[in-house]
Write a protein that binds this ligand. Structure first.
Ligand code: FMN
Length: 224
């Protein structure tokens, strides 16, 4: 399934070096690398393995121009050789998708009849009464963004820069790219090779500002 390709940059350096590129060179991304980025992104985890992420790969200039017009004219959209419209499909809770996930598990030899029955019985119930999210879009975004995060890091490890984007008009994109009503647009992701001026690191809050111990706001105590 995976192409034998060696990343150019290791995981830690890829995380450290990734920046949200604001300008791109016109160089195309080799198809094998793009395929590998997509293959690795969809290894992301998801609740019940339902895999709600869907990605529209946009390469044709006329379509990138159309997308740019739906994204407040941000230049990365027209410049990047590849734009992804990163979506989450709310219909994955339906019986056909549950059956597909069960079949996947069976093909891997890990699906027992009792777990298959558990999935058939509990997934519809989970989405009817779900204490951990208010709308199904929260749920699709939660999952799609994990795959997008994988994608940005994997891309960087292959020397490919990216820019995640929330500056867009959902309704305009849905209409222009024939996205069904039950599908949410989580973000756009530009992929390519960053051009000058390169975006500089803006810094991050220290972990003792954003991580707590045991309860919210309780200072982190790494040695306990
Ligand atoms: C969900 C999300 C939406 C974003 N939307 C945009 C956007 O519309 N346009 C843009 O230029 N950058 C966008 N960014 C990039 C952020 O500005 C950038 O990640 C942040 O400033 C930190 O910089 P760095 O990623 O280079 O470390 C977005 C980032 C995220 C995670």
């Amino acid at each position: 399934m995976f192409v034998e390709m060696h990343p150019y940059i290791g995981l830690i350096e890829a995380i450290k070096q990734r920046r949200a590129a604001r300008a791109f060179k016109s160089n195309t991304i080799p198809e094998a690398i793009l395929q590998e980025i997509l293959e690795l992104a969809v290894q992301a985890p998801s609740g019940f393995n339902l895999q709600p992420w869907r990605f529209i790969v946009v390469k044709e200039q006329k379509n990138k121009d159309k997308l740019q017009a739906c994204a407040f004219n941000q230049r990365q959209v027209g410049e990047a050789p590849v734009m992804l419209i990163c979506c989450g499909d709310r219909r994955v809770k339906q019986r056909e998708n549950i059956t597909s996930v069960i079949q996947l598990g069976e093909a891997q030899g890990i699906m027992t009849p009792s777990y298959a029955n558990y999935m058939r019985a509990n997934i519809p119930e989970f989405f009817t009464n779900h204490p951990s999210f208010e709308t199904m879009e929260t749920w699709t975004n939660r999952h799609t963004m994990i795959a997008v995060a994988y994608m940005m890091i994997v891309a960087k490890s292959f020397g490919v820069d990216s820019c995640p984007m929330e500056g867009f008009n959902t309704q305009q994109i849905k209409q222009a790219f024939q996205i069904p009503e039950e599908v949410d647009i989580c973000c756009l992701l530009a992929l390519g090779y960053a051009a000058e001026p390169l975006k500089q690191y803006g810094g991050r809050f220290p972990i003792n500002q954003v991580c707590f111990q045991e309860t919210y706001n309780q200072p982190l105590q790494p040695n306990t």
